[in-house]
Design a protein around this ligand. Structure first.
Ligand code: G1P
Length: 306
C-alpha cells in the first residue's frame, strides 16, 4: 500500500463513454467530449491539463460512437498536406502540437453504461499497480496552475487518495459526491466519509467532488465487487469510500473556477470565461458580452415603456 502511494502519478484515465443526453441534439451523432470551448474540444483541454501535471500515459475509456476522439488524437494527413501546400504552417501546428507522443494513448471500451466506477474499472489492466489520475472532460477548470497539477503537487506531500472539491449550494448536493470531513474549511480537508448524490437534508457537508481525482490502485479491488449504488450505478465514490481509514484520503480546495460543460449553462459560461482569459480573444469577446448585456437592458427598458 505505502509503496504504491509513494510512486509518482504518471497515468491518467479519461472516462469518455457517456452518452451526453443533457446536450441533445448536439450529442446525437457527436461525442460530447468533442464539444468545443472557444476552439478546442473538451477532451483536448483534459489531455493538456494532464500532460501539464506530468502524465505520460493516457487511457481513454470509450464507447460506441466515439470515433472522433481517436481521430482527434491522430494525424490528419489530407488536412496537413493541404495546409502544407498552402504554406499554413501555423495551422498545422495548431492541429498537431497537442498530440501526446506515439503510443502514449490507449483506448479501452466500456461496453455498457454501468456508471463511473465501472468505467474506471475497465481501465484496471492498463493502469496496473500504480497511483493514477481520473479526469472527467465535462468538468473544465480555469486556473493559473492546471487543476491536476495542483492535485499532483498536494498528493506528493499527503500521499494516498486526493479529490478536487468545492462548495456547492446545499440544494445541489444531489448532483455530486459529497465529503464528510471534520475540517471543511481546510485547504486539504481530511475525508472521513463520502456519499454519492445525497439529498440536501442528508448531505454531510456541501463540499463536493469535481471530476479530478488521484487514486491508489487498491480502489480496483473495491470496484471488482461491482456493487451498485446511487441511481443503480457502480459508483466510483462508493469504492473510494472503502479506502478511508486504510490510506490517507483528502480533498483539495483547488484554486480556479470550475465549469460543468455537460450542461448548456456551464458550457456557455465556459466559452465566455475562456474567451475573456485568452489574449487573442479577449477584446472581441468583451465587446460581444457588452453588446449582449446592453441588448438585454435595452429590452427591459422597451418592455417597461410599453
Ligand atoms: C460524477 C461523480 C460525482 C462527482 C461528479 C463531478 O457524477 O459520480 O461523485 O461529484 O461526477 O462532476 P456525474 O456527474 O457523472 O453524475
Amino acid at each position: 500500500m505505502a509503496s504504491s502511494a509513494s510512486k509518482p502519478v504518471r497515468t491518467a484515465v479519461f472516462p469518455v463513454a457517456g452518452l451526453g443526453t443533457r446536450f441533445l441534439p448536439a450529442t446525437k451523432a457527436m461525442a460530447k467530449e468533442m464539444l468545443t470551448v472557444v476552439d478546442k474540444p473538451l477532451i483536448q483541454y483534459a489531455v493538456e491539463e494532464a500532460a501539464a501535471a506530468g502524465i505520460e500515459r493516457f487511457i481513454f475509456v470509450t464507447g460506441r460512437g466515439k470515433q472522433a476522439i481517436e481521430d482527434h488524437f491522430d494525424l490528419a494527413y489530407e488536412l496537413q498536406a493541404t495546409l502544407k501546400a498552402r504554406g499554413k504552417e501555423a495551422a498545422i501546428a495548431e492541429a498537431t502540437d497537442f498530440l501526446p507522443p506515439p503510443g502514449a494513448i490507449a483506448y479501452v471500451r466500456q461496453r455498457e453504461a454501468l456508471g463511473l466506477g465501472h468505467a474506471v474499472w475497465c481501465a484496471r489492466r492498463l493502469v496496473g499497480d500504480e497511483p493514477f489520475a481520473v479526469l472527467s472532460p465535462d468538468d473544465l477548470v480555469l486556473s493559473a496552475t492546471p487543476c491536476l497539477k495542483q492535485l499532483a503537487d498536494a498528493q506528493a506531500g499527503l500521499g494516498g487518495n486526493l479529490v478536487a472539491v468545492m462548495d456547492v449550494p446545499r440544494d445541489q448536493t444531489n448532483r455530486y459526491g459529497v465529503l464528510d470531513t471534520p475540517d471543511p474549511e481546510s485547504r486539504t480537508p481530511r475525508v472521513e466519509g463520502l456519499v454519492e448524490k445525497p439529498a440536501p437534508e442528508a448531505a454531510p457537508s456541501t463540499l463536493s467532488i469535481i471530476g479530478r481525482y488521484i487514486l491508489t490502485p487498491e480502489v480496483f479491488a473495491e470496484l471488482d465487487r461491482h456493487e451498485r449504488g446511487a441511481g443503480g450505478e457502480i459508483q466510483l465514490t462508493d469504492a473510494m469510500a472503502k479506502l478511508i481509514g486504510r490510506q490517507p484520503f483528502h480533498g483539495l480546495r483547488f484554486e480556479g473556477e470550475r465549469f460543468d460543460c455537460g450542461t448548456k449553462d456551464g458550457w456557455l459560461a465556459a466559452n465566455i470565461a475562456f474567451s475573456l482569459a485568452r489574449s487573442d480573444r479577449r477584446e472581441a469577446a468583451a465587446e460581444i458580452v457588452r453588446r449582449a448585456a446592453a441588448g438585454l437592458s435595452g429590452d427591459a427598458e422597451g418592455r417597461g415603456d410599453s
